[in-house]
Design a protein around this ligand. Structure first.
Ligand code: ADP
Ligand code: SF4
Ligand code: MG
Length: 378
């Protein structure tokens, strides 16, 4: 439960994001486009953190780019609708997104941003460039806003006048997060924000994000990471992506104890279960690797790797089992209502380490995605 206001009509938390039927792909030659986000719908209530998990290449970063309106060639958004705070934006060819949406309605903290900013530019110049890119803000207003924000977030005042390379990795990531939220976006999308940080810096960043939610600097966060223990700690709900689609979304605690999709069970359960013996075993339900998205398998895209596959899985799109906020797309889940995937029925072997079940995913042009200006002398 968070302190955000409930919808007066329903008494439920107010819906912040409705993203429906998103389709996006990388242009290839002829018919070989890679559809990396294929008919994905995502919903977020005010005050929520939605975690996104999945192996490398499953479409997490692409989904983040679509939701943050930062897609650029070769990535094309084909279709979909984005509604944030009741403001509706159609996506796809012929639909122009107002500039004001980027940064102020939704802001992206891209993968690797902390290592991509110019070492020759002081933090104060980054602040001014980012704020002025959105118009209507003088240099002194921009710096005042940043100083106030630094103070309220408990960051040292001196960071404003320093160079990024003078800051530790953890502090640099917090400062960049601060800059990317100066416009008070309704929604922040953070792609692997903690991946390069040590444990105490991860905690400091997560505490800062929670503080920013509590103080309404932003009203919702989509948190992408391959680091599943971090995801469980930070998220209200977790979405598991596979091959450009969402396999399952559930409350963070529930998905660990009661995964309803075999891929979630394989990905999350082995790493997050408190049982040491189970954690030391790799679940053999997921041999191989995710498919080439230029030509994904028919039926359920996970069927070639699924230990519970049945005949219809290889021919027919699996059913949606659940509601908007909590669901699995799976024949097994449809046939076994209310049951957790029987992890014990999946073949297992001792491996000692399950790290290779997940990975950090593909890189992006992080500097530009962050809305941070390219290197300039400063
Ligand atoms: N610039 C690109 N050109 C072509 N295909 C790409 C490009 N970037 C990513 N892809 C493909 O899109 C799919 C999803 O990638 P991505 O969204 O980066 O996944 P994740 O973040 O989960 O690792 C992958 O199959 C990847 O090969
Ligand atoms: S739909 Fe079938 S193949 Fe896909 S995850 Fe469920 S049981 Fe496995
Ligand atoms: Mg990625």
């Amino acid at each position: 439960m968070n302190g955000f206001r409930p919808d007066p009509g329903t008494g439920r938390p107010t819906r912040l994001l409705n993203a429906t039927n998103l389709v996006a792909g990388y242009a290839g030659t002829g018919s070989s486009d890679v559809i990396a986000v294929d008919d994905v719908s995502v919903y977020l209530d005010e005050g929520e953190v939605l975690g996104i998990a999945g192996e490398s290449g499953c479409g997490k970063t692409t989904l983040g780019s679509v939701l943050s309106l930062t897609a650029r060639p070769p990535l094309y958004v084909r279709s979909g609708t984005l509604e944030i705070d009741g403001k509706v934006q159609q996506l796809g060819q012929g639909h122009k997104v107002p500039r004001t949406w980027r940064g102020s309605v939704v802001s992206m903290l891209p993968q690797g941003a902390m290592n991509s900013i110019s070492p020759t530019m002081r933090v104060r110049h980054l602040v001014v460039d980012v704020m002025r890119a959105h118009g209507g803000v003088s240099k002194s207003e921009a710096l005042d806003r940043a100083s106030d924000r630094v103070k309220s977030l408990g960051l040292p005042a001196r960071v404003i006048d320093g160079y990024p390379h003078q800051l530790s990795g953890g502090m640099r990531q917090r400062v960049i997060t601060m800059i990317s939220t100066l416009l008070n976006p309704r929604l922040l999308i953070a792609d692997e924000p903690t991946s390069a940080l040590d444990v105490s810096s991860q905690k400091a960043l997560i505490d800062m994000l929670k503080q920013m939610l509590d103080t309404r600097i932003m009203s919702g966060v989509i948190f992408i990471t391959h680091d599943l223990p971090v995801l469980r700690d930070v998220s209200n709900r977790i979405a598991v992506m596979y091959a450009g689609r969402i396999a399952e979304i559930a409350d963070a605690a529930d998905i660990v104890d009661m995964p309803r999709h075999p891929y979630s069970a394989a990905l999350l359960n082995a790493v997050l279960t408190p049982d040491l013996e189970t954690r030391k075993r790799r679940i053999h339900g997921i041999p191989g690797s995710p498919p080439n998205l230029a030509k994904p398998p028919d039926g359920c895209r996970f069927h070639p790797r699924c230990g519970l596959a049945m005949p219809e899985c290889s021919t027919t799109t699996p059913p949606h089992v659940g509601n908007d906020l909590v669901y699995a797309e799976c024949f097994w889940a449809a046939k076994n209502p209310g049951m957790a995937v029987p992890v014990a029925q999946l073949t297992v072997e001792d491996v000692g380490d399950t790290e290779d079940l997940v990975s950090t995913g593909a890189g992006t042009d992080v500097h530009r995605d962050a809305g941070l200006p390219a290197g300039k002398a400063g």
